[in-house]
Design a protein around this ligand. Structure first.
Ligand code: FAD
Ligand code: FO1
Length: 447
């Protein structure tokens, strides 16, 4: 595998002993560079390979049904790993505590982690880094081109990062080797995972009155990919912005939880549709926009608040801070879809009922929160709260950037000035009406 996908986080000498891959963002076995790297190292050193997952009692507002999706996906990971002679262990609690104990109790020689730009993960790694004396290797197995390889700075917009991606894309679209049945067993006894007990360990709100429409796991992710490639890819551009059609891939929950690799998606898609140019269409979204989101969250510490938006945007929002808001809604009114706008309410209910709001409506949904709250700060907080609580693909760099784009014009340009929004791009009910049959959508999702 390409060495640029891996970076050494500290500089301790490698001793002998079992090797762990601390799985977190990329919860899959196949097409997982972090797992590959860990297994290669373990085989070379004739050592057992162990995969750890540190379960948190709560995580960025995720609810019971979102955790159920993730845990059911991990259950499938456990089943497949058992067949590969690779132990899978779930530890509960703060990673810096439980991982340290594990490393010491079992004389672990190396730890491999998967990359995420989010603050929560970087804090975990920082706390681990300060305490352990074994090599920590970080592998970006979420992006096709590793985040640190695409760019060494915060990119201004899609067009600035697109040219950098274009240059390197081909060399990073390499084939994945298969995971091997591991030749070196681990002779320690460890507790079998009690999945029902784990669900009781969580401290999450379970007021989800609706079940999700998506089944978790690698196999499900691959079948959704196959269906998309065979039936929808060619019509993506014309159908993607009509919320009444199921014209998009529905891959986001599987990409978010790492059940499927974006690189696998592209390796398969380009057999059907070559990647002539990246601008516009499916490749732009899944390659450029996704990498741009990781880039923003990685290089912008304030990716989830108003201090992270451009100066022109904060100036214009400040200039219109005192503008009269025609409507003001509380978080509860938003959450219960109790605004005057039936289209907005239907979008909120699609997210609550199915766990996935259509992408075209997410822009409108978020911009209206800016329009109907007292300040941009409150708007951003509410949008992040709702997005992270209900979206199956939430708690993701794509979400933070989608919200920063909608409210703060991140990666967008200035538009003609108007009240409340200033020069932030505006979206209107009538504008949506011209784009698709909103009556049909409202009927489908209203309470
Ligand atoms: P498709 O159109 O089939 O796209 C394929 C993949 O490309 C997606 O799964 C996603 O990984 C990526 N992608 C598509 N659009 C974008 C985009 N605008 N930015 C970054 N990546 C993109 N996406 C999330 O994954 N999680 C979120 O929490 C999230 N919240 C959003 C909030 C707002 C306010 C906005 C405007 C956008 C948000 N998005 C989020 C981006 C986008 O709406 C979703 O990725 C998309 O709707 C997922 O459905 P799909 O997989 O069917 O999309
Ligand atoms: N990752 C973990 O390592 N432990 C968790 O308990 C955990 C919970 C979780 C809940 C919802 C969700 O959307 C993701 C969750 N993740 C969890 C995965 C998360 O994406 C990764 O931890 C990333 O590395 C964070 O940036």
């Amino acid at each position: 595998m390409r060495k640029e996908r891996v970076r050494l986080v500290n500089n301790f000498k490698e001793e002998d002993g079992p090797i762990i891959y601390w799985m977190s963002r990329d919860q899959r076995i196949h097409d997982n560079w972090a797992l590959m790297f860990a297994q290669e190292k373990a085989i070379k050193r004739r050592q057992p390979l162990i995969i750890l997952f540190c379960l948190q009692q709560k995580f960025l507002n995720a609810t019971q049904r979102i955790y159920n999706f993730m845990l059911d996906g991990l259950k499938k990971v456990e089943r497949s790993l058992n067949k590969l002679n690779i132990p899978f262990i779930i530890l509960k609690g703060a990673p810096e505590k439980i991982i340290l104990d594990f490393i010491e109790s079992f004389k672990i020689s190396n730890i491999i982690i998967d990359f995420s730009p989010l603050r929560i993960k970087r804090e975990w790694i920082k706390r681990i880094h300060d305490q352990i004396q074994i090599p920590i290797f970080e592998v970006d197995t979420h992006n096709i081109i590793p985040c640190w390889e695409v760019s060494n700075k915060k990119e201004y917009a899609a067009y600035t990062i697109r040219s950098k991606i274009q240059k390197k894309l081909n060399q990073y679209l390499d084939q994945f080797p298969d995971v091997k049945k591991h030749p070196y067993g681990w002779n320690e006894s460890y507790e079998k995972i009690d999945w029902e007990k784990l669900k009781k360990y969580l401290e999450v709100s379970n007021n989800d009155v609706h079940d999700l429409r998506y089944n978790p796991g690698e196999t499900e992710g691959s079948s959704i990919l196959k269906q998309f490639l065979n039936e929808k890819l060619k019509l993506y551009n014309q159908n993607r912005n009509d919320p009444n059609l199921d014209g998009t891939s529905n891959l986001s929950p599987y990409l978010h939880f790492g059940h499927i690799s974006a690189q696998r998606v592209i390796l398969e898609a380009r057999k059907i549709m070559n990647i002539s140019n990246l601008k516009g269409g499916f490749y732009d979204e899944i390659i450029v926009r996704r990498e741009l989101s990781d880039n923003f969250c990685y290089y912008e510490p304030n990716y989830d608040n108003v201090n992270g938006i451009h100066d022109w945007a904060i100036e214009t929002l400040n200039f219109h801070r005192k503008d009269k808001r025609e409507y003001i809604y509380s978080l509860e009114e938003f959450e219960k879809a109790k605004t005057h706008d039936k289209l907005w309410n239907a979008a909120q209910m699609q997210m609550v009922k199915t766990g996935k709001m259509h992408g075209y409506l997410r822009m409108y949904w978020c911009k209206k929160i800016l329009e109907w709250t007292e300040t941009p700060e409150i708007a951003m907080k509410m949008a992040i709260f709702l997005n992270n609580k209900y979206e199956l693909d939430g708690r993701d760099p794509n979400g933070y950037v989608g919200i920063a784009w909608s409210i703060g014009g991140v990666h967008d340009r200035a538009w003609n000035e108007r009240k409340v929004f200033g020069k932030i791009r505006y979206m209107s009910y009538n504008g949506m009406k011209r784009k698709f049959n909103i009556t049909q959508y409202i009927e489908k999702y209203s309470i």
